[in-house]
Each structure stands twice: as structure tokens, then as C-alpha cells.
Design a protein around this ligand. Structure first.
Ligand SMILES: Cc1cc2nc3c(=O)[nH]c(=O)nc-3n(C[C@H](O)[C@H](O)[C@H](O)COP(=O)(O)OP(=O)(O)OC[C@H]3O[C@@H](n4cnc5c(N)ncnc54)[C@H](O)[C@@H]3O)c2cc1C
Length: 400
């Protein structure tokens, strides 16, 4: 790929900034980007993007997207994050949408992809089950064909934002006799279908991101199966490769860096701002170098993807990116908490806690960081654990 600076990209960045200054309602913005914005802001922002023709920033034009290059997508993400824009529904944009466009039939493409673009349908990912996470192919949720629908029974776990999603894409076992992978199919299901229940799992940051989802004699229409029966594993491989690459979350790393800069200026140690201490500066220099390396890797993975390169080398790059990005995310979020000193002990200050805010004048700015650092311990697990990614890299490297 070409790393030469492109003057056109500067114009594009200006265009994105202009758009954000005109169209991003300040009521939707937040100075701290959490894992994901609340449903209301996320949908409102998606609708604004869609009205501007930017509803599919990661999709090619023939799929209804903007057709932006990898570099343009990176600039868009970066500027949105800087401006405090709400997040997008990554499950729809980066996982399900591309999979439906690749493997779905025309009706599925028209219905589901159009609703992702318009913000009218949010998705969640029903893959993991108790006992089937890394070893996903051992999943047991069953789908038995009964005429024009499947009868789905079983349980998913760690289903992020299932409580806010309209639909779920899930892996089910349609053929218990076949070899593990060959018996799996890929279904799309309306979360309002009778027999689906969602139970929250509150994580270490005391928030509700995660859920268990139970299926009790749920009727799933056959027309909402993507691909043929038994194609589920192939679709999953395509989709997980996208997931590994996206979990590097470059804009989050860039945001952490900005927050650290601000902490370095605002907080002092031994009578001098942190930013004037050599230990702090050294860590910052290392973070900056690592972010630059990851920025290039992200662009490289995205351009290979755009070129349709799914070779072993391209796949192992996605895994490498997942490992490097999430490990950096953890060390940066941890360093933020350390740099905050006593303020780092505040995991969350609610708007009602005026006394805490008086006692900790910086709590408004930094109150969320400890909670975030705790939650980010999961970054090396979700989207495929680091150990499993290392296994993929070593397996793929024999095929170069
Ligand atoms: C915050 C969060 C959000 C999530 N969101 C979703 C979601 O929306 N949808 C969804 O379907 N899933 C989701 N997951 C589940 C996630 O994909 C799994 O947790 C992950 O794949 C690991 O599976 P597991 O938890 O069953 O752990 P296990 O697979 O049981 O792994 C346990 C340990 O063994 C190690 N291990 C396992 N296999 C190997 C191997 N072959 N080689 C070396 N080490 C190995 C792992 O690295 C890990 O340290 C989420 C998880 C978290 C924490």
C-alpha cells in the first residue's frame, strides 16, 4: 500500500470537519467515548449520516456505502471521535452488513442492509455459548427444520447490547450428525420473536453491556437463513476476520492519547505538571510510536480487505492487529488511571453526587476512566482472545 501523503486526503478531512461542525448536534456529543453510545444517540447520529449520504462509511458504493478508501474511513473515524460523535452500530456496519452483502440473497440485502444504513435496525451477535467461545464450532444451540421455519432452542452468552438490538445474527446447529463445522448455519432473527428472553450480565465497570440470550422453541423463518444449510462456518470465518481487524479500535487509542496529554497538563507531581516529568514523557513517546504503527497496520488491513485479499497473510495481519491494538488499549487505559493518582480511584461520579465533585474537581473530566480501564481488561478476550489470535498467526505463517 501507498503511505505517501495524499493532498486529496486533506481536503477530505476538511470536508468531514465541516460536516461535523454543521451537522453534529452538541447534545449528542460526549467528551468521553465509552465502549458504545446509548441507543438513542447512536440511532439519531446514524440518521444524520444517512441523510447526508454517509450512512455506510465502510461499505463500497455498490452496497449503498460511501465507497471511501481505507484512508478516508480512518480519517472519518478519527474526526468523529475527536468531535465526540456517537458511535456506530459496529455489529451492523462491520460484521453483519458485509456478510449479508457477500453471502445473502437479494431480498436479505435489500431489507437488512437498507435498515442498517437508515439506522432503523440495530444488531447483536449471537455466537458464543457457555462452553463454546474460542471453540465456537462446538456450539449446541439447535435449529430443527419444521416446514417453513426452524425451531430454535438453546442459549447464547456475552451477547453485547442484545438488550438494545432489534435483530440478532446467530449461529445454530442444523445438522447434529455432520462434522462439527459442517453442521452449523447462520440465521437472522427478530429479537421480538416469541420465545427469546434476554438476561443482563453486569460487568466489572457496573454497566450493562452484556447479556445472556435464551431461545425456547423460537420459530425462525427459513428465508432468514443466510447462505445454505451448513454454510454458517464459512460465513463466520469471513465475519470474524473483519471482527479481529476492527477490535484494534484505533480511534479509542487516539482518544486515550489525547486524554493523557490533557492529564499531563492538568495534573502535577512534585510541583511540576506531569507532562514535564521524563518518566511520563517517555511513556507518551512510546504510546505515540505504537499508535503510529497501528495506524499503518489498520490502513494496510483495510486496503487488503478492499482489494478482496483473504490470503493467509492478510488474515494473520487482522489477528496481529487485534493483539497489538487491544494490548495497547489495556496499557494506555491502565496508565491513565495511574497518572490520575487519587482521582484514578473514582470509578464513576453520578450527576447527583455533588459532594464527590466538590472534593474531586476533576471528576467531571476523568471520572469514567477507572471503570473503563476495568472493562478494557476484556479487550484481549472479546472478538477472539489474544492466545487464540497467536494460534491463528502461527498457523497462517506456515502457509505464506
Ligand atoms: C466484553 C465481552 C463482549 C463480548 N461480546 C460478545 C458478543 O457480542 N457476541 C458473542 O457471540 N460473543 C461475545 N463475547 C464472547 C467472546 O467472543 C468470548 O468470550 C471469547 O471468544 C472467549 O471465549 P470464552 O469466554 O468461552 O473463553 P474460553 O474459550 O473458554 O477460553 C478460556 C481461556 O483459554 C484460552 N484458550 C482457549 N482456547 C485456546 C487455544 N486454542 N489456544 C490457546 N489458548 C486458548 C483463552 O485464550 C482464554 O484465556 C464477548 C466477550 C466479552 C468478554
Amino acid at each position: 500500500m501507498d503511505f505517501k501523503p495524499d493532498p486529496y486526503l486533506k481536503t477530505f478531512r476538511d470536508e468531514v470537519r465541516q460536516f461535523l461542525s454543521e451537522k453534529l448536534d452538541p447534545a449528542l456529543t460526549s467528551s468521553f467515548q465509552d465502549f458504545r453510545s446509548d441507543r438513542e444517540s447512536l440511532v439519531a447520529w446514524q440518521k444524520i449520516l444517512h441523510a447526508n449520504g454517509w450512512g455506510g462509511p465502510y461499505w463500497p458504493k455498490h452496497h449503498g456505502g460511501t465507497g471511501w478508501t481505507a484512508h478516508q474511513q480512518q480519517i472519518f473515524d478519527e474526526e468523529c471521535n475527536k468531535a465526540g460523535a456517537p458511535s456506530l452500530d459496529i455489529f451492523g456496519h462491520k460484521l453483519l452488513g458485509p456478510a449479508v452483502n457477500e453471502f445473502g440473497d437479494d431480498r436479505q440485502k435489500q431489507e437488512h442492509c437498507a435498515k442498517i444504513l437508515s439506522g432503523d435496525r440495530l444488531w447483536c451477535q449471537g455466537f458464543s455459548e457457555p462452553g463454546s467461545g474460542s471453540d465456537l464450532a462446538s456450539l449446541r444451540t439447535s435449529a430443527e427444520l419444521k416446514g417453513q421455519h426452524y425451531l430454535v432452542n438453546g442459549q447464547k452468552i456475552w451477547t453485547s447490547y442484545a438488550h438494545e438490538a432489534d435483530w440478532i445474527f446467530l449461529l445454530v446447529r442444523t445438522n447434529p450428525e455432520a462434522k462439527k463445522q459442517a453442521g452449523i448455519s447462520f440465521l437472522l432473527l427478530d429479537m421480538k420473536t416469541p420465545g427469546i428472553s434476554v438476561r443482563p450480565i453486569i460487568s466489572i465497570d457496573q454497566r450493562h453491556h452484556l447479556n445472556e440470550v435464551f431461545f425456547d422453541k423460537v420459530q425462525a423463518p427459513v428465508e432468514d437463513r443466510v447462505g445454505n444449510e451448513g454454510d454458517g462456518w464459512n460465513i463466520t470465518k469471513f465475519l470474524l476476520n473483519n471482527e479481529h481487524a476492527t477490535t484494534a479500535e484505533l480511534p479509542t487509542l487516539q482518544a486515550y492519547f489525547r486524554h493523557l496529554k490533557s492529564i499531563g497538563k492538568k495534573l502535577s507531581y512534585a510541583g511540576r505538571p506531569l507532562a514535564e516529568h521524563s518518566t511520563f514523557r517517555l511513556r507518551m513517546a512510546r504510546f505515540e510510536a505504537e499508535i503510529s504503527a497501528i495506524t499503518m497496520m489498520v490502513a494496510r488491513v483495510a486496503s487488503l480487505d478492499q482489494a478482496g485479499d483473504h490470503s493467509p497473510a492478510a488474515q494473520s495481519l487482522g489477528s496481529l492487529l487485534k493483539i497489538r491494538g487491544t494490548e495497547l488499549m489495556q496499557s494506555m487505559s491502565q496508565f491513565i488511571v495511574e497518572s490520575l493518582g487519587e482521582y484514578g480511584a473514582v470509578s464513576y461520579v453520578s450527576p447527583a453526587e455533588t459532594s464527590a465533585k466538590d472534593a474531586l474537581p476533576l471528576a467531571d473530566d476523568f471520572g469514567e476512566f477507572a471503570a473503563n480501564a476495568f472493562f478494557r481488561r476484556a479487550a484481549t478476550i472479546y472478538g477472539g482472545s489474544s492466545e487464540v489470535q497467536r494460534g491463528i498467526v502461527s498457523k497462517m505463517s506456515f502457509q505464506f
